[in-house]
Design a protein around this ligand. Structure first.
Ligand code: SF4
Length: 200
């Protein structure tokens, strides 16, 4: 194991105190690599996304819900046409969110996970009448409409992976799917020493 930031108690990178950083700290030890990576922020789209993202976070820090941050981010980026890839189980939420985006002047292309109504036989799952989720189609349909930015709402683990893999536009996530915890996966982390101790 080379990188152990998850176990670091110092966070010297955050405090600008690299003299106190752990011995294997990648910020301290991999300067050359980090410099090369910094060049990528000079690329136009990367520069804008990084800058606008920081501006949105700093504006009224901590007070804005993610929905508002997404609206602000898309507005500042100058996007006009957005894609919304959502799960059938979050159709109501998708409807409300699409209305909010539209109210803010965006054109919204929205595609549901069951797009194509494809039988699960296709992926080797037998005896199930519920159509399979089709995140590749969600991504490709949004690609075809040339959405400038896509937003994922409630796709399952793995389905979101395929969506990210095929989306041509950059992507953010409004919410992830967690059926057991009201789509709040961190609930399990907060309970990792408590009720979830023996379940994780
Ligand atoms: S980069 Fe270095 S200081 Fe920062 S969390 Fe990782 S190990 Fe700790």
């Amino acid at each position: 194991m080379k990188y152990t930031c998850a176990y670091c108690q110092k966070h010297s990178c955050h405090k600008n105190e690299l003299e106190n950083a752990p011995k294997n700290c990648p910020t301290k030890n991999e300067n050359e690599e980090l410099e090369k990576i910094l060049d990528k922020y000079n690329e136009n789209e990367n520069y804008n996304i990084a800058k606008v993202s920081a501006e949105v976070v700093m504006d009224n820090y901590g007070a804005k819900p993610r929905v508002k941050e997404i609206v602000d981010f898309c507005t500042k980026m100058g996007y006009k046409k957005l894609g919304l890839a959502f799960c059938v189980g979050l159709s109501k939420e998708a409807n409300i969110f699409a209305q909010i985006l539209t109210k803010h002047g965006f054109e919204v292309e929205s595609v549901i996970c069951k797009l194509g109504s494809v039988n699960r036989d296709k992926i080797g799952i037998k005896d199930c009448d519920v159509p399979m989720c089709n995140p590749i189609a969600q991504a490709e349909f949004l690609n075809k409409q040339a959405t400038e930015f896509n937003i994922v709402l409630g796709l399952c683990v793995g389905h979101d992976t395929l969506f990210f893999k095929y989306s041509e536009a950059p992507v953010t996530v409004l919410a992830v799917k967690d059926r057991a915890l009201a789509h709040n996966p961190l609930g399990a982390i907060y309970q990792a020493d408590g009720y979830y101790k023996n379940r994780l």
